[in-house]
Design a protein around this ligand. Structure first.
Ligand code: PLP
Length: 365
């Protein structure tokens, strides 16, 4: 067996330890005589797996007691509809901050259900920066303010939790798409009304969506909201109104335990800072490559970069594959290259990438 360094934006690399444990438990989980995929979601074994996963996630993110953790399906894209269907309530408007592909998509979907006020947009920068909190123009009485705190495709990230109290609007719940950086850094959950993300970037397998929602936001769903997507229904059923994605929850749970063994989110953040610095410092010091994102909002998870001579792109990717470095091609809307370096990517993988960048530049520079 040989494993590569996998820089995929998602579904993405998982910790090898987790995969080995899952392999060992595949046929017989803890003496149950069956694997997790084969278990009833209502049996005591699976309920213990789901409860442990929730408890570990709560501990890792220090989720306050008045927030509910939901294990849902449909991915972040389905949440783009599920959120307005649940949160608009009596109000007709929601505010959106546009920072790139994902938030643009979110705003477009929300406009099918209510009025969207564009509170701020980074489009004029070519999506290479993010609008600072102080520039956000909230509407008079929005149901919520939506922000994507890490744009996976463009590679921009808000460096801090948005604190609407700083612009005198603490009453507006912040809804954050954290699909591609949840658990990569310490956050203050209490700054948000709702946090969501698909699991397949920085947690586990595709098919699981994590939603962390403040209790007072439950019970506002539109009559048109599918019952299986009504947060109150899901919360009251302990995420088991319908059959949840059991195997994905199990793997996510193993990842949470792995994160705890690594020292928790603060320890991961320190590693992620070191990994991102290694890569960005090399790119910035090179006259062969470039990253075009404003340094104050560069993503620690998704690092887009360009070869100054784009005619070498194919040779670069071929050589990378030969060196065991995969999935470096940039998103088609951006071009160039992108290295996604989530929690499961160790610094050794980033060092291998930087070595290859140097070798390739020396050969072709
Ligand atoms: C990947 C991603 C999505 C889309 O997730 P799906 O699981 O495909 O629905 C949405 N937002 C962000 C920030 C993402 O990284």
């Amino acid at each position: 067996m040989s494993r590569v360094w996998n820089f995929s934006a998602g579904p993405a690399a998982l910790p090898e330890e987790v995969l080995r444990q899952a392999a060992e438990e595949m046929l017989d989980w803890h003496g149950a005589g069956m694997g997790v995929m084969e278990m009833s979601h209502r049996g005591k074994e699976f309920i213990s797996i789901a409860e442990q996963a929730e408890a570990d996630l709560r501990e890792l993110l220090a989720v306050p007691a008045d927030y509910r953790v939901l294990f849902m399906q449909g991915g972040a894209i389905a949440e783009n509809a599920i959120i307005p269907l649940n949160l608009l309530g009596e109000r007709d408007t929601a505010d959106y901050v546009l920072t790139g592909s994902w938030s643009v998509k979110s705003a477009k979907e929300a406009a099918r259900y209510g009025k969207v006020n564009l509170a701020a947009s980074a489009e004029a920068s070519g999506w290479t920066s993010v609008p600072v909190l102080e520039s956000w123009q909230l509407s008079a009485d929005p149901a919520y303010l939506f922000v994507c705190t890490n744009e996976t495709i463009g590679g921009v990230e808000y460096a801090a939790d948005p604190d609407l109290a700083r612009i005198g609007r603490a009453e507006v719940p912040v809804v954050a798409d954290m699909s591609s950086h949840i658990l990569s850094r310490v956050i203050d959950v209490s700054r948000y009304g709702l946090i969501f993300g698909g699991a397949q970037k920085n947690i586990g397998p595709a098919g699981l969506t994590i939603v962390i929602v403040r209790e007072d936001l439950l019970g506002r769903a539109s009559p048109h909201c599918p019952t299986a997507f009504d947060y109150k229904t899901v919360a009251e059923a302990g995420s088991m109104y319908n059959t949840p994605p059991t195997y994905a929850i199990y793997i996510a749970g193993l990842v949470f335990q792995w994160l705890k063994r690594q020292g928790g989110v603060a320890a991961m953040e320190a590693r992620n800072i070191a990994k991102a610095r290694l890569l960005y410092d090399y790119l910035d010091g090179s006259d062969f490559y470039e990253n075009r994102i404003d340094p104050v909002c560069r993503s620690r998870m998704n690092v887009p970069f360009f070869l100054k001579n784009e005619a070498l792109n194919d040779a670069f990717l071929t050589g990378a594959r030969e060196a065991g470095l995969l999935q470096l091609k940039g998103h088609k809307s951006v071009g160039g290259m992108r290295a996604s370096i989530y929690n499961a990517m160790p610094i050794e993988g980033v060092a291998a990438l930087v070595d290859y960048l140097k070798t390739f530049a020396a050969r072709h520079g």
